[in-house]
Ligand binder design. Structure first.
Ligand SMILES: C[S@@+](CC[C@H](N)C(=O)[O-])C[C@H]1O[C@@H](n2cnc3c(N)ncnc32)[C@H](O)[C@@H]1O
Length: 427
């Protein structure tokens, strides 16, 4: 992997990941996986790099608003300098690291990136941040430094103003604040056990007895981020990671009752197909336009037949499908805790084009479903235009569509991820 700079040590690796994700547009998790493989760090340093990368991305706007208070002309500073100041400020304000180590790194990095010019400024600013950490950077600090409620919510909850406005307008102030709070927390760690294996079955029983989980359906478990239960040691292939909230959005639609064949029309790597397969639903066919995701599906769920296609124009006969599952491409505003870089990549304009794409997928898929069949629609976003608004408009366009169920992850969910799902029957 070609380096974008030469900052040393694990913090340098984290800085490079942030830069590649924000400037290069790459997915933060993919960048992190590559960087950790290339850098050959030990377990402790890997954890440190992961925490700084994700913590900084989650808190970036809050950190920027702190720095703005201590800089006379923040707009005049080069982006790499603001970035190292922000990362050092993240450590000082949110991590259990001696402040002097974070200040030293920030000053040294600012010097390297500015050929010595901006070390003094970095030192002055980061010392003020360290003083603020001692006094406590609470809500009041951000209220005092904001001109409006939206500006305060955006700075304190580190979320772009357009998303804050969308949530306050769509869901009201209280729910919006629950969603904002959740997206700066790490998401729950989700695991699925293959209970066909006796060891995995015994582990599931032990976990249910210990009762340390946030949520469980007996086969899948959600734990607080970073938790690895002892009961999983030695299980290897019979335990896999999967977002519990994503699984819940599918499971509430009662897939065991769905008419078959089931077509997973936006299958990606096959997370939903795998779940359906584990419930002995058959036959399942899967498709996605993305070749690499389909290749992963073929590896991970080889018994599911798959083909490459857009759900707008699928090579399927009219009225040949029992149930179409559409886990559609969406703006991802419900999973910002897991993918915080989305906050800086999505724009209101590309949300509009996703709404259009989803409605085309819905209309074209409807043709492939036979009478008495179902359409299951899922998103991982918090945006009425892609969720209840999208389904409401679909029901108006199709008089033979009967809504059976509509569901959203509750706003106080400790999973910190939010999904929407709906089930429709074809008369
Ligand atoms: C939310 S992801 C699906 C995740 C997957 N169901 C899972 O559980 O792992 C949305 C998927 O829609 C696919 N997609 C994008 N445009 C599409 C289209 N026109 N038709 C069908 N799928 C599309 C993307 O490649 C992506 O894999």
């Amino acid at each position: 992997m070609k380096k974008t700079n030469s900052l040393p040590g694990p913090r340098g690796v984290a800085y490079e990941c942030v830069t590649r994700s924000l400037d290069g547009g790459a997915d933060a998790q993919a960048v992190l996986d590559n960087a950790l493989t290339a850098a050959k760090l030990d377990g402790r340093d890997r954890g440190f790099v992961t925490e700084i990368l994700y913590g900084y991305l989650r808190m970036r706007l809050r950190l920027q608003s702190v720095l703005n208070c201590f800089l006379s002309r923040p707009d005049g500073l080069p982006a790499p300098i603001l970035r190292v100041l922000g990362m050092a400020a993240y450590e000082i304000l949110h991590m259990d690291v001696p402040a002097y180590a974070s200040v030293d790194w920030g000053v040294d990095s600012a010097k390297r990136l500015s050929r010595g010019k901006l070390g003094g400024l970095a030192n002055a600013v980061l010392r003020k941040v360290a003083r603020l950490a001692e006094d406590g950077a609470d809500e009041d600090f951000f209220r005092r430094n904001s001109d409006s409620e939206i500006e305060f919510l955006s700075a304190y909850y580190s979320c772009p103003e357009w998303i804050v406005e969308l949530w306050v307008d769509s869901y009201g102030r209280d729910k919006a604040e629950q969603y904002l709070e959740a997206q700066i927390c790490p998401p729950a760690a989700g695991f699925v056990l293959d209970t066909k294996s006796n060891e995995a079955k015994a582990a599931a029983e032990q976990l249910l007895e210990e009762n340390d989980y946030i949520a469980s359906d007996g086969q899948a478990f959600a734990f607080y981020s970073g938790y690895w239960p002892q009961a999983f040691n030695g299980l290897k292939e019979s335990v896999t990671r999967q977002s519990y909230a994503a699984r819940e959005a599918l499971s509430v639609l009662g897939p065991s009752e769905w008419p078959t064949p089931v077509w997973d029309g936006c299958s990606g790597r096959g997370g939903k197909s795998r779940f359906l397969h584990s419930k002995n639903i058959s036959p399942i066919i899967a498709s996605d336009p993305h070749a690499r995701r389909l290749a992963a599906l073929k590896r991970e769920v080889p018994s599911v037949a798959s083909f490459r296609a857009s759900a707008i124009n699928p090579p399927l006969a009219k009225e040949s499908i029992g149930t179409a599952l559409l886990d559609v491409p969406c703006s991802g505003l419900g999973v910002l805790s897991r993918r915080p870089d989305t906050k800086f990549k999505r724009t209101p304009e590309d949300v509009d084009s996703l709404v259009h794409l989803q409605s085309r997928i819905l209309d074209n898929t409807w043709e492939t479903i036979r009478k008495g069949g179902r359409l299951a629609y899922i998103t991982c976003t918090l945006n009425p235009a892609e969720n209840e608004g999208q389904i409401g408009a679909f029901l108006k366009r199709h008089k033979d569509a009967v809504p059976l169920k509509e569901w959203t992850t509750p706003p106080d969910s400790e999973l910190h991820e939010f999904f929407y799902s709906a089930l429709i029957e074809k008369k």
